[in-house]
Design a protein around this ligand. Sequence first.
Ligand SMILES: CC(C)(COP(=O)(O)OP(=O)(O)OC[C@H]1O[C@@H](n2cnc3c(N)ncnc32)[C@H](O)[C@@H]1OP(=O)(O)O)[C@@H](O)C(=O)NCCC(=O)NCCS
Length: 205
Amino acid sequence: MTAIEIREARRDDLDELVALHYRCFSEEDNKSMRYGPAFVRRTYEFFLEDSISYAYVALIDKRIVGATVGRHTLYVGALNRFRLWAGLWGVLANPHLLMRKQDLASIGQAIKPRLARALGNSSKEDPVHTATLASVCVDPEQRGHRIADKLLEAAAENCRRAGVPRLRAVVLAGNDPSKRAFARAGYEEDPSWPRHESHAFFLEL
Ligand SMILES: CC(C)(COP(=O)(O)OP(=O)(O)OC[C@H]1O[C@@H](n2cnc3c(N)ncnc32)[C@H](O)[C@@H]1OP(=O)(O)O)[C@@H](O)C(=O)NCCC(=O)NCCS
């Protein structure tokens, strides 16, 4: 198979990143897609612009076939403000869906970390000393070539260089390919994660 290049994502990758996101995820596994492509674009833009976030792309023949984004802390500070706007935007843009748990969680996590814990963060989470791997995805046409492994390694290396002691990823309960990818990369599942629809994986760096 052709060589896979991993590099940091750039602003001019945004269109391709959004298109890739839509090929990789459905609204079922990524609820924020309900807010539309502009919102997905804004999310990637956030990870590209934020000084303590990271974003990597995998390329084959100069075409983006995979991506991973995350941050050197959990959802605090700047990302919390972003989540607050996301939650408010979700409520305003979708008033017919008012009171959705996702929007409320977004707003709640932004305004009160304690409330965030009550909404489902595990005791293992330490917002300052835990980095987050927000997403990793590979083009369906290029799956099965261990591209995710290379992206996960780039994310871990980035967080290691930043001096963060651990990295967290949350995966939907039925997402076995990604759980296997996280396990291969050395992540261990957190048995105390309180949500049943998702599982949390931690990598000690
Ligand atoms: C999870 C994901 C990133 C893995 O990417 P990948 O580079 O294909 O990973 P792998 O090469 O390890 O392949 C994953 C599994 O799919 C299998 N596979 C092979 N060909 C495949 C194909 N054409 N399509 C789908 N899966 C395939 C592989 O055999 C492998 O199984 P294994 O774990 O038992 O070895 C990818 O499936 C994906 O983008 N999923 C949607 C986004 C997502 O759920 N991300 C994780 C949460 S943020």
